[in-house]
Each structure stands twice: as structure tokens, then as C-alpha cells.
Design a protein. Sequence first.
Length: 128
Amino acid sequence: MTSTKKAIQIPNAPAPVGPYSQAILKGHTLYISGQIPLNPQTGSLEITTIAVATQRVLENIENLLTEAGFDKDDVVMVSIFLKDLNDFQVVNETYAAFFSGVAPARQTVEVARLPLDVPIEISCIAQK
């Protein structure tokens, strides 16, 4: 039996700026594309601090999880991309408050540049 791939597209997360989906649901697994600190209602970047930027990204992810029938406890893998690894501690504090249960597996890497020159981008995988 093959499960169908379904795109998750909602107004409460930034619209894709290229040929990709906000998230893909396949079977019992949800793949969320990299989210940046863009407020989907205003179209403004929320990057006054790395804590504010991280919180916005996590809210965008939570909106996608909810739309697909998942919650934070279903997240099994997270990838964090930072422009400056010196922001790691603050990102960790915001992240820890978001994932209060068993923390997902995770990788964090410093990158040279991110879309719209934001300081952070996060993608994840959730599974039921």
C-alpha cells in the first residue's frame, strides 16, 4: 500500500518563495520545510533579537504541525541553521521552552547566509 504525498499550505506560516511546499505529509510523517522568522500576517521579518527570531520560527512550525494534525511531541528531528553560532545559547533557551517534553534529535550548523539574510532557519520532521 502506497500513501499519497499531500502538501500542507496555510496562511499562518510564510508562503514559499520558490518551488517547494511549506510542509509535506506522507503517511504518518510530516516534513516541514525550513522556516524563517517571517510573520505571515504582516510579511515583516521579526529579527530584533535572536530570541524573537527563534520564537517566530517556532510559532510558524507549530502552526504547520497543528494544521497537519500533529503537535510538538510528534517532532522527532530538527535542523537549525544559524548565521552566527555565538547565538547558540539564546536559541537553545528559546528552543528548550518550546520543546518541554522529550527533546527531538537535532543538528545545529553555522551557515554563511540564509534567505532574506535572516539569522536563523529551522526545519523538522514529525511522525505519529
